[in-house]
Design a protein. Structure first.
Length: 288
């Protein structure tokens, strides 16, 4: 293992990396931070062409030697810095940090990438749409849940949080590098694009006319469903609303149907990330 090359926590490089915690620097340089061993491991493993630099302390390089081995095998720049340097770059990185290029993608490009290259019909698709979701922890957790449920795409619509916000990236625990995430398009345009590709658009809301469990009971059985009852086994896009006020009526009206998650106990409601996880897993189960 080479000697420590970064020892001055006030060096220009350290300041430049630290600045990426702010949105202006991310936009200016087209780069963002990935903090912590899990996120960096997945960035190196799944998106090495986007990784600019990897930073570790000698201790974390020894502890997470697989990151160093895979990064060097991919031809990436691996830098060792003192604990003080890594903490100056990011106090949340646990001694492991990467600088990664942003790779903006339009919704049209993301959907085209999901097409079967041989022209055949793909399996049912599953998409999560976050409508004006502002909390970075919630947004990152939904991306992670979508990845775990086998979703194909996550869309942050409207005035949602920046997907490259450090807390969003940390909350995804590396899932940001496992599936496409698109941001910045109005919800109405997102819904139109998804519907034009054959997806049923379902809004998750406590006032929904359809009960999620009832839909699971009849998923995939056309004869058992009533007219206008959505099929969870079909290609589906779930729309989830803001943490504080949910989906306003005009956003619910964009959907093909509004679905409620049943509350059997005395809880007033579920938080955004929990409700999204339940809905995505319901679709994942039905699509199996």
């Amino acid at each position: 293992m080479p000697d420590v090359s970064l020892a001055n926590p006030r060096a220009d490089r350290v300041k430049q990396v630290r600045a990426l915690s702010g949105r202006p620097a991310r936009l200016r340089h087209g780069q963002f931070l990935v903090e912590g061993p899990q996120g960096v491991r997945e960035a190196v493993r799944c998106a090495p062409d986007a990784v600019r630099d990897v930073y570790l302390t000698p201790a974390t390089a020894e502890r997470y030697d697989e990151i160093v081995v895979e990064a060097r095998a991919a031809g990436l720049y691996v830098h060792l810095g003192t604990r003080e340097v890594l903490e100056a770059m990011s106090p949340d990185a646990q001694g492991v940090l990467a600088v990664v290029d942003t790779r903006p993608q339009t919704l049209t490009e993301a959907l085209a990438a999901l097409d079967d290259p041989d022209g055949g019909r793909r399996r049912s698709l599953l998409v999560a749409v976050l409508a004006t979701v502002r909390d970075p922890g919630n947004a990152g957790t939904v991306i992670r849940a979508a990845d775990a449920a086998g979703a194909d795409l996550v869309v942050l619509a409207g005035d949602s949080v920046d997907v490259h916000n450090p807390k969003v990236v940390r909350s995804t625990a590396g899932s940001l590098f496992h599936l496409s995430v698109v941001a910045g398009e109005p919800l109405s345009d997102v819904v139109d694009a998804l519907r034009s590709r054959g997806l049923t658009v379902l809004a998750a809301d406590g006032v929904g006319e359809h009960d999620l469990d009832d839909l699971l009971d009849v998923a995939g059985h056309a004869g058992a469903r009533g007219a206008g009852t959505p099929d969870l086994a079909a290609s589906t896009a779930w729309v989830f609303g803001n943490e504080a006020w949910g989906l306003p009526p005009e956003d619910r009206d964009l959907a093909d149907a509004v679905v409620r998650v049943p509350i059997r106990g005395k809880a007033e409601s579920l938080n955004l990330a929990t409700a999204a996880t339940v809905c995505l897993y319901a679709s994942s189960r039905a699509q199996r």
